[in-house]
Design a protein around this ligand. Structure first.
Ligand SMILES: [Zn+2]
Length: 71
């Protein structure tokens, strides 16, 4: 289990280490993504999950996963 989650936000799929205990994000909530952008969580529809993956979040997530997920 890595300390980040993917969330659909602002027209893309971003990863965030802003992990909630409940494991879910509220629609309209502002989170800080791994790309350091503040993004607004979108409604988690099937279409939202087809949005393009944020490239910076993707590389950050890979770096986290490869480093043994220490944060
Ligand atoms: Zn991002």
């Amino acid at each position: 289990m890595h300390p980040f989650r993917w969330v659909p936000a602002d027209g893309g799929r971003h990863a965030t280490a802003d992990v909630r205990l409940a494991g879910a994000y509220a629609t309209g909530e502002t989170i800080v993504a791994l790309c350091a952008r503040k993004v607004t969580v979108a409604k988690s529809t099937e279409v939202a999950w087809l949005w393009p993956t944020c490239a910076e979040c993707n590389s950050e997530a890979h770096a986290l996963a490869e480093s043994g997920a220490e944060r």
